[in-house]
Design a protein around this ligand. Structure first.
Ligand code: OAD
Length: 238
């Protein structure tokens, strides 16, 4: 690794698992308890907004009870100590990367800590519950607020910026994602086709996209990520 390399890190639910946040597709994961069609689509919100708001209210409240783990902290250390760029593209809607100290974090699937007005489109930082009686703090419309979350059938955020970042990557690391949900699941193939970056997967088990990676390491993120970051920093900084 050179001192000026662009390190791009894609994270998924697995990086937050050891903090106590449920993943989606593991045993006991969120999509075992809830049907995606009931809570994570625009149609679900039209059909039963209270149910959908409540699903995200519970998750927002839970997020406030958990803490970043060793994997989040290691990535923040990497950003602080690497003289090139470290960009985290996360599918996670929690704020554990930021709370660990990472500065450059792109939330492509949205954020639990934000809601958005469907009338004026303004995005608001949010603590606590949001429901159909809550008025938009900006335009006053009610009901108007929805979770600032990308639902199935909606376009992920920041795709043009992400495209540029992937094209400039020297190292692409995927952590804790099953590789089931596109477009994120396709990033490794995109990076591999460009042929510039080394690609590494750190996951509990092989993901759907494992074959595309130059290197795969399996184990809990709380162990593999600090070890990997230690290796990167010792290669690049000495
Ligand atoms: P998944 O639940 O699909 O996958 C989590 C991955 O993390 C699995 O491959 C696990 O093996 C791995 N994992 C579990 N515990 C781990 C640990 N301690 N250390 C390392 N890896 C571990 O979650 P995502 O891939 O993030 O989207 O899911 C992608 C998207 O699907 C989510 O952003 C969400 C979901 O539906 C939306 O809601 C739009």
């Amino acid at each position: 690794m050179s001192n000026s390399s662009n390190i791009v890190i894609l994270t998924g639910a697995g990086i937050s698992a050891e903090s106590g946040v449920k993943t989606f597709r593991d045993n006991g994961g969120l999509w075992e308890e809830h049907r995606i069609e009931d809570v994570a689509t625009p149609e679900a919100f039209m059909h039963d907004p209270d149910l959908v708001q409540n699903f995200y209210n519970i998750r927002r409240a839970q997020m406030e009870t958990v803490k970043p783990n060793a994997a989040h902290s290691a990535l923040a250390k990497l950003e602080a100590e690497h003289s090139g760029t470290v960009t985290i593209i996360t599918q996670n809607v929690d704020d554990l990367h930021e709370r660990a100290g990472s500065q450059i974090v792109i939330h492509m699937h949205g954020e639990l800590a934000k809601v958005r007005c469907r009338i004026c489109n303004k995005v608001h930082r949010w603590h606590g519950d949001c429901d159909q009686s809550t008025a938009c703090p900006d335009c006053g419309a009610s009901p108007s607020l929805r979770p600032h979350i990308v639902w199935f059938g909606e376009m992920p955020f920041y795709m043009p910026e992400i495209g540029k970042i992937l094209r400039q990557a020297d190292i692409f690391v995927s952590i804790g994602t099953s590789g089931n949900v596109y477009p994120a699941a396709g990033f490794v193939a995109e990076v591999a086709a460009i042929g510039r970056a080394k690609t590494i997967e750190l996951n509990l088990e092989p993901s759907q996209g494992s074959v595309y990676f130059d290197e795969t390491r399996h184990g809990p993120a709380g162990k593999t990520v600090p070890q990997f970051v230690g290796e990167l920093l010792s290669q690049g900084m000495t």
